[in-house]
Design a protein around this ligand. Sequence first.
Ligand code: ADP
Length: 550
Amino acid sequence: MRSTMMDAPLQVARILDHGSTVHATAEVVTWAGGGEPRRMSYAEVGRTAARLAHALRDECGVTGDERVATFMWNNTEHLVAYFAVPSMGAVLHTLNIRLFPDQLVYVADHAEDRVVLVDSTLVPLLARVIDRMGAVRHVVVVGGGDPAPLVAAAGDRIAVHHWDALLAGRPEVYDWPATDERDAAALCYTSGTTGEPKGVAYSHRSIYLHSLQVCMPEGFGLGVADRELVIVPMFHAMAWGLPYAAFLSGASLVMPDRFLQAAPIAEMIAAERPTTAAAVPTIWTDLLAHLDAHDVDTSSLREVVVGGSACPPALMHAFADRHGIEIVHAWGMTEMSPLGSVARPPAGATGEAAWRYRYTQGRIPAGVAARIVGPLGEPLPADGASVGELEVRGPWVTARYVGDDAPDGEKFRDGWLRTGDVGTLSPDGYVTLTDRAKDVIKSGGEWISSVELENALMAHPAVREACVVGVPDGRWGERPLATVVVREGAEVTAEELRDFLATSVARWQLPERWAFVEAVPKTSVGKFDKKVVRSRHADGALSVTELTTP
Ligand code: ADP
């Protein structure tokens, strides 16, 4: 029996219509450094999105599913593009402003970007590569500032427009076309830490369903009373779906633009009073040091979401104990839109038991099916003990990469996405990751979790950051190397840290090799860059202390 239900497509345009009418008075606030923050109501975002769509169609000739890229910070105009481009049937491509020039050219060509919207503060960066982006015909510069370097670099092939002039006088409504909900709405490339970046094309349907999950209480629990501080870049897995979820739920948005250091983030929190925020652990580590040293009013924060890499339990406790802020740990991937799991304890869990759930990567929602598999792809029990690679599937998980006719066998198996993450799955759906498969340290036939060592080290009061990688060892194949950033004003030796680790980690896992560093190198989205740490070690660029076995 077929259902009697209407077949209304799940569309980004519907999310825009809803947010800009029902939640017309919600606002997006963009931080302006020392100046007055810029404010725009969701009603105005709706009108501006219509004007942008008209401009893109009439002046830039955007038709069908052509790609419109953004090269932007988190701000109002980026939000407008998030809605205008997919709603008009085109495909939004969020370029990662921190990619190397060759990678930027690669992804822009691969995606066949026709238009690029760029913040004027990023003009010098884009000017370095624009002439090599073969499909680009139009660039739109947002904000004041000198577009001359871009005009000079663009040549005759590319027209350079200014946002204000381009949008001026355009109609404030647009008859959004009926798109097939399975068509691409947005495009995001993995950051390509291994090999070339790979493209994931989100559909209108996947965005809609994913946004609902972001709003669910067991997701990020976004509601009409919330003000979300979106620190995670809008080019990092669509800012974890928060912009769309905000328009669905009516939550307001606070955008940091280019002011991503701890001091301005703290100012934003005090001034704009967000109820929640989202970022990778390194941002929170920096903010913690700032909050410890300054008196900042963070009382508006109900909770903050930390994901993208494993959140050290010590960070969660420090925020809770010293600042009364609850950190919620979450796991995801660009390939998963990105929400995979959120670590909220089950009903009835309190005290230590609740904390143990909060340390995990979280509980999978109905929209994500997960399993653990062994080395040959054989499914292992979800018993919270069997360790293997995590595989997932579901309506907001990609089934292949852009441009591939068939799923790449290294990343997909029998309709499942191979996450490359190793860990366990409990019977009640909690994922606990021990490591990325490529970061696990293989020592004499045994596995050492680099994340476990990092978490244990970061619990030491003198340690600000610790990044552990496997390095070649004549006897064991591989052994851990611990690189440590010491907290300002603190002092600690490698022996002391090793002895501290010995209280919580098996003796055979203790690193012999230690290096004290100014900073851990970070990837384009702010995660520890273990590839760079390994290559610095291989090049002899680290000053390593080797301890003998105690
Ligand atoms: P990139 O691969 O460029 O870092 P993604 O953000 O898509 O970009 O990375 C997804 C990966 O990040 C996951 O497969 C996992 O290895 C890691 N990750 C994300 N969240 C967590 C988390 N909470 N704990 C541990 N690892 C995480």
